[in-house]
Design a protein around this ligand. Structure first.
Ligand SMILES: [Zn+2]
Length: 257
């Protein structure tokens, strides 16, 4: 068996193709993106969807697998570690993993969540793969844990913290930040994109959520909408920016070939 070098124009660095939202349309959705030369990193984050995500990535050569754990399901951390280890040669990343202080309010539960996060950071380190980080209402806390652990190859997805934190982490620690399609309707993302070092910029759709229209199902082929918006905000030529972002993506995701 050999790998075919793919000529991607874009990589949607974070989406959830195993989500039930896609069930009957999965083939259509992936074909549409593939025709536009869009590669996809699909992140399966629940015990009941890991295997489904794994199968999808085996079926389509434009889909790459990331295995993580929804931060509200921190109690499944050992199952997650086990699934990741079992499929260690087939994943391109660990994630999304992280903290969700929006959905978890209790102090002790937040502590357990942080411990699960740390455990999975260790696994990613052992495997030398990038980490996709979820940090809802806990941006600073997540960055502090990563820095304390001297974690490397970090991809902060849909970061909702302050622009100044994103600026510092991208500049001083070399963390990557992906801008979702929802940038067209999010002032926070519009502000943040200007703060991130351009060499650390990635794009994502987070499909089926975070679409350009609130509440409407998002798809990986919408990644071009994120590029259009970023190009407008940064006042950089679209094609030049696309090349920079693709180079950033392939620099971080070395298992994508
Ligand atoms: Zn996600």
């Amino acid at each position: 068996m050999y790998m075919v070098k793919k000529e991607f124009h874009f990589i949607d660095t974070h989406c959830h193709l195993e989500d039930d939202e896609f069930n009957s349309r999965i083939d259509m959705v992936i074909q549409k993106a593939s025709t536009q030369k869009i590669g996809m990193i699909s992140s399966a984050i629940r015990p009941d969807t890991w295997e489904k995500g794994h199968q999808i990535s085996k079926q389509y050569d434009t889909v790459f697998l990331s295995i993580g754990l929804d931060p509200i399901q921190y109690q499944y951390v050992s199952e997650a570690s086990e699934f990741i280890s079992k499929n260690k040669d087939e994943i391109v990343a660990v994630g999304e993993i992280g903290l969700d202080h929006y959905r978890i309010r209790d102090h002790r539960q937040r502590e357990a969540q942080a411990n699960a996060f740390k455990n999975l950071i260790e696994i990613a380190r052992e495997l030398s793969v990038p980490i996709q980080v979820h940090s809802r209402s806990a941006g600073k806390k997540a960055l502090d844990i990563l820095e304390d652990m001297e974690a490397v190859n970090i991809h902060m997805h849909a970061f909702d913290g302050r622009s100044s934190y994103a600026q510092k982490a991208s500049r001083d620690l070399g963390y990557y930040f992906s801008i979702p399609t929802s940038i067209v309707r999010s002032r926070q993302k519009q502000k943040m994109v200007k703060a991130i070092e351009i060499e650390r910029l990635l794009l994502e759709t987070d499909s089926p959520v975070l679409g350009p229209e609130k509440g409407e199902r998002n798809v990986p082929s919408n990644i071009t909408i994120a590029l259009d918006e970023v190009s407008k905000i940064l006042q950089r030529e679209k094609e030049e920016l696309r090349e920079i972002i693709l180079a950033n993506t392939l620099r971080l995701y070395q298992r994508i070939k």
